[in-house]
Design a protein around this ligand. Sequence first.
Ligand code: NAD
Length: 471
Amino acid sequence: MVKICCIGAGYVGGPTMAVIAVKCPSIEVVVVDISTQRITAWNSDQLPIYEPGLDDVVKQCRGKNLFFSTDVEQHVSEADIVFVSVNTPTKTQGLGAGKAADLTYWESAARMIADVSKSNKIVVEKSTVPVKTAEAIEKILTHNSKGISFQILSNPEFLAEGTAIDDLFHPDRVLIGGRETPEGEKAVKALKDVYAHWVPEERIICTNLWSAELSKLAANAFLAQRISSVNAMSALCEATGADVSQVAHAIGKDTRIGSKFLNASVGFGGSCFQKDILNLVYICTCNGLPEVANYWKQVIKINDYQKTRFVNRVVSSMFNTVSGKKIAILGFAFKKDTGDTRETPAIDVCKGLLGDKAQLSIYDPQVSEEQIQRDLSMKKFDWDHPIHLQPMSPTAIKQVRVVWDAYEATKDAHAICILTEWDEFKSLDYQKIYENMQKPAFLFDGRNVVDAEKLRQIGFIVYSIGKPLDA
Ligand code: NAD
């Protein structure tokens, strides 16, 4: 029986391994993590992450051929294939601070693999890493190998949170990069055989190591660039009377452009887009390509601008002050169908409004009060000027209430800001909400989810991103 061990039981390690286990009953899969809390949750009925369909998949194979454990060294030593899916955040200190990937977790995982291995292993980069990381990993492993051979493969993950299980069951492609040597090719074949249990052959792309590593950064940069492009257009639409949804529909019909990822919004978030673009910017700079670095930097600058523009719109619409006014924040996660708040635009928007002394009442169906308070009180890292900005003051934190119901959040509010596109926000009883709000009642739709015309008929003053403004 082939044994797989995955180091890192996070948003990627957990779901990807659960899907491998369910699709490959003949393979034993163990997901290990240094976090006891996370592993305990994976072994319970309350999984550590919310992802549609995940519970079912885990229930089908946990205890049969899928296991979660903190016994990292034991399971790594027994595995034939070791996936490494640890976090690779942006460095906050030292060389490359604010841009380069922090590979501390990766390096310690690699040293541990070398330390405990007693048989040859395939080591798979599942985390998103800078191009050429495999070279560094190879050095660490071979210099500490005690005669064992390691083959490094790059197998970046393209799942999107919120649709992870569907993405993993039906991937657009699986990418495997390996060394172009007989041993490298053998390792690629072994990993290909795992995916071949459910992924059609034409969807498994094999490349050299560097192409695979760079393709993941490139894919995230291209996706984020589309969002920044449509968001840049949304600002121009508001200035000219054009409607960004109409523009997106018109350009999306061009088959060369396509219609996906053209929704204007308050900005992108999540743990990956910004981090991976910053990493790309750093790699370009290190390779003497400042113009290319500047090109990608603009994608993040537009994203920051979009969040600032949204806050400014809220404040200026509400007679230039939100001081003491209750504002309902609907949605805090960075997108619907996830409880993940890493780099969510809601953090910057809330901080902007708190800076103007608003009282916030926040509701998100999947995000806890503890998480929101922690996110808002955390120091914000300024990537452009790598210094730590001050955390929110304790007084500002007192301006925040987290509630478990959209109606409670909006009661007596002067305004509503929709920051996550949860389906339930489309079908709220806005007539009832309007009646319980202060007047004039403002609604700022940061995701263009509500029917603005209907709401205007009720009496709301509505601002939708990139749409003609209320008179
Ligand atoms: P995460 O923070 O949710 O999970 C990482 C896990 O690794 C944590 O639970 C941590 O405790 C564990 N870990 C760190 N060092 C360890 C060690 N030495 N031994 C054992 N466990 C260790 O991160 P994530 O969102 O799953 O992302 C993991 C990687 O995948 C990142 O490189 C990310 O860029 C990439 N990625 C993420 C997504 C996404 O949507 N989240 C999608 C594609 C790729």
